[in-house]
Design a protein around this ligand. Structure first.
Ligand SMILES: Cc1ncc(COP(=O)(O)O)c(C=O)c1O
Length: 429
């Protein structure tokens, strides 16, 4: 359905603000949001699932430290750093508050948030295969996953994924490091350098004529009946979602270390760029489990591809794509160029999201340049989305005193951007 633009019935256009339909920047305060104490108990995923994901990351730390240079403690996490007051004031548009950057643009291994989900799902698959093959012995270090018998096993299996780029890269790096064959299905408009980089890893890259949604569904069908392969399903994967969710505990620890209170008196606004929804949804879910209503996740989407906004506004009964409401999904923010949101994510976090803000490509490029010039952050356009959203959101949200609010902008990718690509983005800013 996703991306096809065909619907049996028209989506409820009246539920969508006119500015969204005109592809103009909008702040959509989620009318469906409810207290987390009312929402979380009704979800299929629980805190036990989050703990399970954290434990898996922990088990695999010795392996990650062995496979990836610079990961001495085997943890895939990024810094939490304050923005200088003058830069924060620009971001806030003059409103009071402090702004921190959760620097996943510099996340180890692939320099993007998708590593949290993508690497995690590859590890979970490798663990399952090893267990089924009787290779896991009690108490043995998971560093053994990098040795002969494990690699022989993995070399007989394929990991496949459909991606706009960063998920494919993250899955590809992790799966190739373990010795898997890798196949990445990409839309024709995915960035050429991302395809080149995947091929250089030894991944097979399959290009599709349509958009990202078409690439994902083509890959899903190709791998449906393969028992020697695993398809990482960006739209439907619980493992991806939980891999992202585990980031919540890292952020909570960092906030504690920085002495930042998060409670009813000190709300925490977290700005998350949203494509299909897995990364922001997983992080939002994890944070809600830890902080309840004191945390307010704000998703950010391009004006041409506000798939989560359209889906949540239309209701959760059936999928609705941005094409269905006359938008074209054309954006330079390739990681966010998604026409249809994940229904799994929409149904899980639809009542937990505080707001969705849409931003223009021009604003993304302007912030890429501004944050480089003033704060030395090397961001790709998708990853600058949070900065473009803070000012409009704070201005719109309500008149309450927000002096005690903390704003965390999640920068989701960019450190691995080739120099020429980054220079071109700066030139457009
Ligand atoms: C840099 C960047 N930011 C944000 C996202 C959004 O993640 P998701 O598609 O899981 O919503 C992506 C997705 O590829 C991305 O590449």
């Amino acid at each position: 359905m996703k991306g096809s633009g065909t619907m049996e019935t028209r989506p409820p256009m009246h539920a969508l603000p006119a500015a969204v339909l005109r592809a103009e920047p909008t702040v959509w305060l989620n009318p469906h949001r409810r207290p987390s104490a009312a929402v979380l108990p009704g979800l299929a995923l629980t805190e036990a699932d989050l703990r399970d994901a954290e434990a898996r990351w922990h088990r695999f730390a010795p392996l990650l430290a062995r496979l990836f240079a610079g990961l001495a403690d085997g943890r895939i996490d990024s810094a939490l750093a304050p923005l200088a007051p003058d830069v924060a004031a620009r971001v806030l548009g003059g409103a009071p508050g402090t702004v921190w950057v959760k620097a996943d643009h510099d996340l180890p291994v692939t320099g993007c948030i998708k590593a949290r989900g993508g690497v995690y799902e590859v590890l979970a698959y490798a663990e399952r295969l090893a267990e089924e093959a009787g290779l896991l012995t009690d108490g043995a270090s998971y560093a053994a996953f990098a040795t002969g018998p494990f690699r022989d096993l993995f070399a007989r299996h394929t990991v496949a994924v459909g991606s706009t780029g960063n998920l494919g890269f993250s899955v590809g790096v992790a799966a190739r490091a373990l010795g898997f064959a890798v196949e990445v299905h990409m839309s024709h408009d995915a960035k050429a350098w991302k395809k080149r980089r995947l091929r250089a890893l030894g991944a097979r890259v399959v290009e599709h004529a349509g958009d990202y949604g078409r690439a994902v569904s083509a890959a899903r069908s190709a791998f449906r009946d393969r028992n020697d392969a695993h398809f990482v399903d960006d739209e439907n994967s619980l493992a991806l979602f939980l891999g992202y969710a585990a980031a919540a505990r890292d952020l909570a620890r960092q906030l504690g270390q920085a002495g930042i209170a998060v409670d009813a008196e000190h709300p925490l606004f977290v700005y998350l760029p949203c494509g299909v929804g897995g990364a922001p949804g997983g992080v939002a879910f994890g944070l809600k489990l830890l902080f309840g209503d004191a945390v307010r996740p704000v998703f950010v989407e391009p004006v041409a591809a506000p798939c989560m906004l359209v889906q949540l506004a239309a209701g959760l009964e059936r999928p609705v794509s941005v094409y269905d409401v006359g938008l074209d999904n054309r954006t330079a923010a390739d990681g966010l160029a998604v026409a249809g949101a994940s229904m799994l994510v929409a149904r899980t976090v639809g009542a937990l999201v505080e707001a969705i803000v849409t931003v223009t490509d021009d604003a993304l490029f302007a912030w890429v340049k501004d944050l480089w010039d003033r704060a030395g952050l090397r961001l790709e356009p998708s990853a600058a989305a949070g900065f473009a959203a803070v000012g409009p959101f704070v201005a719109e949200a309500d008149g309450r005193d927000r002096t005690r609010a903390t704003h965390v902008v999640w920068t989701t990718g960019g450190a691995h951007l080739p120099d020429a690509e980054f220079a071109a983005a700066l030139a457009r800013g």
